[in-house]
Write a protein that binds this ligand. Structure first.
Ligand code: ADP
Length: 844
């Protein structure tokens, strides 16, 4: 074989080597060896192009084959990252995909010449390698033995091979890239949470990743070839299920839609379908490529939130319609229906907690699912549903909440100790959840739900929280409204039926409301006064004002509008406070008190008259008394003179008889004198109080002397005197004290006509005071009269013909008080009386 034949043969082997599919890093050294041995050059090598860190276009020595005795250069550092700029003409030729087959001596580049000549290279062949359109590098052949050139044919053959190698390099590169992307891609494909799919133009699956099996529970196998859109819940597809790729506008564009995926196990989940349509060359849709993401939790949260929103709106609407129509049954029903749906319950109720007379709680429904199980219960339901059904049995699950105010969750009602069972015929109760409704600490209502398919949990309660607070507000509103209505009705009843004028004023006193009775009382129609201030209408003369516990009371003088007569109104008014305690108006009730005021005025006049009369009477009495004294004194002295004259007469018959008459005259004169002195004392005292003249005295001695002077007849004391052994010194007005004790003792004798037992006088020394106590066993004082016996001129009913004026005790008590003492008595009719005079030792 000649050299050319050998080269062609080597090239054949080299092509084969390339096709064998081994890694290029392994096959290239082999190829270089074949070619080297065949072409008998000293060295074959491959430079690979690249850019260095500075961005310079460089070449690096990568592969090498050396003939025997030729030293390898692959280790030389300087052959790495050689800038092409030092061999511009070579770069230029190779870049044009031209090979260079030349003698070293022909080169004009002396750097090149020197570096080649230095190695003893005489001739060379550089064959460029192109990877696609990119100048990848070149194969170099060095010849040191002779200046033997490669023939043009040989060089062309080698060039052709280099181009195949370049293609191979490109293919390899692409393949590697492909493998890399494929690896990434399939990793992604099977590990992402999204379903990746492709369909044909009719929407039949042609590809599905593993996630599909997890999401849809269908195997990839059974799904391939079936229609994508058959897997969606048709309610969520606009075209009632017959949807295909063609329905998506904008072929080639993006597509996105939230859909319900029907899972093999019968459940549904929310997915987001995203994808794009691949058009064919004519622009018609050819396939659909996309992903399905599981958005169920987000979507159901959104869904719940939107349901919740709707519910809250329902609560609001319920409130609104309540205020507008005062009937909340139907919106309340809607609310309950929604609540049942959202909690997955079969039946339930909402209601208000009320308290009976004994203070125990009961429930009154606002709305309740009709679970009537008989004609009777149905009839009951129908007649009571609107007004509210009352539940009072507390030994029930709802009763447990009523009793404690706590949430009751029972997922096994039958065995729950709190449950008292259900009435006969009642649908079976499996699960129950009762949520008490509070506003602050006020227990307002209860919501109950029953028979959810799954367990009730605190999650359900939590979820309903916003509704619960809305419902609490609602109940509060109902209550306020109810109270308002009640008080309105009461108010109207009172204001429209009472003769009093009931008025509400703004804070600036303008009438905001006035009851119709104003017309009857004052002659004004309500509409004449509303919006006006009182002084714009009435001429007001306030007689007097009182303030009793925030209520203003005053009497005002008006004139009747039409009749012109005087009207006196007694007005009670009070500030009206808002819920923050701020006054916003005044409520006033005015009563016609004309008659009362008239009588009062008359009484006043009468009282004045009486006072005048009294003054006259007392002046008269004192005048009479004074006038009586002189004639009485004359009578007295005259009788004494007659007595003296008579004693000189010897005619005993006449003397005796006359003496009897004289004694009688004397007694009566004494009596009259004593009466007159009492009256004068009383009058004098009433006009200007007389001061006491205090003196020192011994009490025992004083009393004994007094009894001796006045109450001893024929050496016998009429009084039983019981005095302590020790006498005490007292300060007193002896005249007054004599008058006091004398009067009491006189009474005790006077009102003991039967003389059963002597009255008794005792002196008692106590700590801070001493007592002079007079006890008698006489007629006593009737109970009814006891309160009056100190009044002047008062005498008890039982005095019969016992003489007296009813003045004594009045004066006595006055003297006792003036001496700092106290006069009290105890008496029983028919048994006797005890009068006690209590004096302090020291008189202030
Ligand atoms: P009088 O001059 O009537 O005795 P008094 O002021 O001394 O007036 O007493 C007033 C009334 O009190 C008497 O009229 C009598 O009814 C009653 N009274 C006073 N002391 C006694 C008494 N010791 N026993 C019964 N009644 C008495």
């Amino acid at each position: 074989m000649n050299r050319s034949e050998k080269i062609l043969y080597a090239l054949g082997r080299s092509y084969f080597e390339l096709e064998a599919g081994e890694k290029l890093s392994k096959s290239i050294p082999k190829i270089l060896k074949y070619l080297g041995e065949a072409s008998k050059v000293d060295r074959i090598y491959i430079f690979k192009n690249h850019f260095n860190e500075e961005g310079e276009f460089c070449m690096s020595y990568k592969f090498e084959w050396c003939a025997e005795n030729v030293s390898p250069q692959i280790e030389f550092e300087f052959l790495q990252s050689l800038p092409w700029s030092i061999f511009p003409e070579i770069e230029e030729a190779l870049r044009k995909n031209h090979f260079i087959n030349d003698l070293v001596s022909n080169t004009k580049n002396h750097v090149f010449y020197e570096s080649m000549a230095e190695q003893g290279i005489l001739s060379y062949l550089f064959v460029p390698i192109f990877s696609g359109r990119i100048f990848w590098g070149y194969i170099g052949f060095d010849n040191c033995q002779s200046e033997v050139f490669f023939s043009e044919d040989q060089a062309t053959a080698l060039h052709a091979f280099a181009s195949t190698l370049g293609t191979k390099l490109l293919a390899n590169k692409r393949k590697q890239k492909l493998i890399r992307t494929h690896q990434n891609y399939s990793f992604l494909l099977n590990n992402i949470n999204d379903v990746v799919f492709r369909t044909d133009r009719d929407g039949n699956f042609t590809f599905l990743n593993k996630t599909w099996e997890n999401l849809s529970k269908y195997s990839i196998q059974e799904s391939l070839g079936t229609k994508l859109f058959n897997y969606f819940d048709h309610d969520h597809l606009s075209n009632q299920g017959n949807i295909s790729i063609n329905d998506f506008e904008n072929p080639g564009g993006k597509f996105e839609k939230d859909l319900m995926l029907s899972v093999k196990d019968g459940t549904s989940i929310w997915v987001k379908l995203q994808g794009s349509i691949n058009p064919d060359k004519a622009g018609n849709p050819e396939s659909f490529f996309g992903t399905l993401s599981n958005i169920h939790s987000r979507k159901s949260a959104e869904d719940k939130a939107s349901k919740l929103n709707k519910l809250l709106q329902a609560v609001n609407e319920t409130q609104l319609s309540f205020f507008e129509q005062e009937d909340f049954t139907s919106p309340m029903n809607t609310l309950l229906e929604n609540l049942l749906k959202i909690t997955g319950s079969k039946f339930g109720f909402t209601g208000e907690v009320l308290y009976d007379e004994k203070g125990s709680p009961y429930l009154k429904s606002h709305t309740i699912t009709n679970i009537a199980w008989s004609d009777e219960t149905q009839a009951y339901f129908e007649s009571n549903f609107k007004v509210g059904i009352e539940f009072r049995n507390l030994n029930t699950l709802f009763g447990a909440s009523l009793k404690t105010g706590e949430i009751v969750i029972s997922n096994d009602c039958k065995n729950d100790p709190r449950s008292g069972g259900t009435p006969h015929g009642h649908p079976p109760l499996y699960r129950y959840m009762g949520i008490p409704i509070f506003k602050g600490t006020e227990f307002l209502g209860l919501m109950g739900f029953a028979n959810k398919e799954t367990y009730y949990t605190m999650e359900d309660v939590k979820f309903l929280e916003p509704i619960i607070s809305g419902y609490a507000n609602f109940i509060k509103a109902i209550r306020i409204n109810r109270r308002r209505k009640e008080s309105d009705a009461m108010y109207r009843l009172i204001s429209e039926n009472s003769g009093d004028i009931i008025a509400i004023h703004d804070f600036d006193l303008r009438f905001r409301y006035v009851s119709p009775s104003i017309e009857k009382v004052l002659g004004y129609k309500p509409e004449e006064v509303i919006g006006k201030k009182p002084h714009e209408i009435f001429k007001e003369i306030s007689i007097d004002t009182e303030n009793i516990g925030g209520v203003q009371k005053r009497v005002i003088h008006h004139q009747h509008k039409t009749e012109g007569k005087d009207i006196f109104l007694e007005i009670l008014s009070r500030d009206l406070l808002d819920e923050n305690g701020k006054p916003f108006g005044i409520v006033a009730a005015s009563r016609d008190v004309t008659e009362r005021e008239m009588i009062l005025a008359e009484l006043k006049v009468a009282l004045e008259k009486e006072k005048d009369l009294n003054r006259l009477k007392s002046r008269f009495i004192s005048m009479i008394s004074h006038e009586f004294r002189t004639p009485l004194a004359t009578i007295n002295s005259s009788t004494e003179l007659i007595g003296l004259t008579l004693s000189s007469l010897r005619e005993t018959g006449i003397t005796e008889k006359t003496n009897t008459y004289l004694t009688r005259i004397n007694t009566q004169v004494k009596r009259l004198t004593s009466i007159i002195s009492d009256i004068l004392l009383l009058e004098k005292n009433a006009l200007e109080p007389i001061p006491a003249k205090l003196e020192m005295a011994y009490l025992n001695k004083f009393i004994l002397g007094l009894v001796d002077d006045y109450f001893t007849k024929d050496n016998e004391k009429e009084i039983d005197v019981q005095i302590p052994e020790v006498d005490i010194k007292i300060m007193t007005d002896p005249t007054w004290l004599t008058h006091i004790v004398k009067n009491i003792l006189e009474n005790s004798i006077k009102y003991s006509p039967e003389r059963q037992k002597k009255p008794k006088l005792q002196i008692q020394h106590l700590k801070a005071h001493y007592n002079i106590k007079v006890t008698d066993y006489g007629i006593g004082i009737p109970l009814d009269d006891q309160k009056h016996i100190f009044d002047s001129f008062f005498r008890a009913q039982n005095v019969s013909n016992i003489k007296g004026t009813g003045l004594g005790l009045n004066i006595v008590r006055d003297f006792v008080n003036k001496l700092g003492g106290e006069l009290t008595f105890k008496s029983k009719e028919g048994k006797g009386s005890v009068f006690n005079i209590k004096f302090p030792y020291l008189i202030k």
